[in-house]
Design a protein around this ligand. Structure first.
Ligand code: CXF
Ligand code: ZN
Length: 380
């Protein structure tokens, strides 16, 4: 039994008091985990665009004060009642979407969209009692997507925690909690490019580069990266991207450019920008007869998507994915193993590292487009 079990822990957390204002490192109180919850000591966390988006209060009703953060790795400190699969000391990745293992989605081999623990960006409290486990002088601080990893300790539902190999370096595998798994899974689990095939990736940010990494692992012969920023290409080569297309360099639709490059279209495409015009291009650039396009990027609220139905009738398939179709508890341990076997390279995604007290720098680096992933080291 750890000395803190069952007790309130006082620790440091980066609190967002207001939309778009720098986070403030505060001393917070973290309540013990309740039934089916675990309290984690976070060792490393990284910043994902979704944290920035909700911090800027672009999505939905703003909820403040709040502790953001959902890409992370840590160690179980204590477990609540009813938790049998985790124990103090286990190495884990918290995940913003869960796997209850009981609902029809969890029981289906095809879905990872758990009914109970699916992402909810509007809820700032724990599911079981509608309360926050964080407070400052008795005033509650809201949670974010059930993870709130910008804190030395956090409380998470057991269904949102993947137990991983204790040998895995937590400062690397923390990026598997969200963006990198999303892009990787979009290619490996959903697009499934056969060996030797051609793959187009729209958007060469961290998620798109993870999709390219998936195509490289699958043995694609050509990986065509599409981005409006030509500077992205140099970096993209490290992820297996073999050719680069900037839609701005052409006076015809990019889907036509790609069709001309590939004798009628690519075998697979993965859309990682969230721009609806890019989604149309990603769909229309796949070859008729067998092409599959996968949508990953999150569109704006009022967007819609238009294509001629003949594009579908001519045997093109459109798919979408959430978290790369990975079931967090069942599948993430094996993604970690792929990294351990050096099949999957994570180092190249990690462009920066800061200490916890420098967390606002990680926001600046992401906003300026300078970073792919910036690791935030909680200690030392
Ligand atoms: C995203 C996935 C789509 C909805 C918002 C959150 N995942 C994490 O960043
Ligand atoms: Zn994310």
């Amino acid at each position: 039994m750890s000395s803190t079990e069952g007790k309130v822990i006082k620790c440091k957390a980066a609190v967002a008091w207001e939309a778009g204002k720098p986070l403030v490192i505060e001393e917070v109180e973290v309540a013990p985990p309740q039934a089916m919850e675990v309290r984690l000591k976070i060792l490393f966390t990284s910043l994902c665009h979704t944290d920035v988006y909700f911090w800027e209060a672009k999505g939905q009703t703003p909820l403040f004060p709040r502790i953001f953060g959902h890409e992370a790795a840590g160690i179980v400190e204590s477990v609540g009642e009813g938790v049998t699969e985790l124990k103090p000391g286990d190495h884990v990745l918290p995940v913003f979407t869960g796997e209850c293992k009981e609902c029809r989605h969890c029981k289906s081999e095809e879905s990872n969209m758990c009914d109970l623990l699916r992402i909810n960006t509007e809820r700032g409290v724990m599911l079981s009692d509608g309360k926050s486990r964080f407070s400052i002088n008795g005033k509650p601080i809201y949670h974010f997507v059930g993870t709130s990893t910008f804190s030395e300790y956090t409380v998470v539902h057991v269904g949102c925690v993947a137990k991983i190999n204790p040998e895995a370096p937590l400062d690397k595998v923390c990026v598997l909690s969200c963006g990198i798994s999303t892009g990787l899974g979009a290619t490996l689990n959903v697009a499934k490019p056969p060996k030797g095939s051609t793959v187009a990736i729209f958007g060469l940010g961290a998620v798109g580069l993870a999709a390219a990494e998936g195509a490289r692992i699958a043995g694609a012969s050509r990986i065509i990266g599409i981005d409006l920023n030509p500077k992205r290409f140099e970096e993209a080569k490290k992820f297996g991207v073999t050719e680069f297309v900037n839609p701005k360099d052409h006076d015809k639709p990019v889907q036509q450019v790609i069709a001309e490059m590939t004798d009628g279209g690519v075998d697979r495409s993965v859309e990682c920008t969230g721009n609806f015009n890019a989604m149309i291009s990603a769909f229309e650039c796949v070859h008729d007869g067998w092409g599959v396009a996968v949508l990953v990027g999150v569109p704006s609220k009022d967007d819609s998507f238009k294509t001629h139905p003949m594009n579908v009738l001519n045997e093109r398939t459109l798919k979408g994915t959430f978290f790369g179709n990975f079931k967090p508890r069942t599948d993430l341990p094996s993604v970690v193993e792929r990294y351990m076997k050096k099949e999957l390279e994570l180092e190249k995604f990690i462009t920066h590292e800061v200490t916890f007290s420098e967390i606002n720098n990680a926001f600046d680096l992401m906003l300026s487009g300078a970073s792919l992933r910036c690791i935030i080291r909680m200690e030392g």
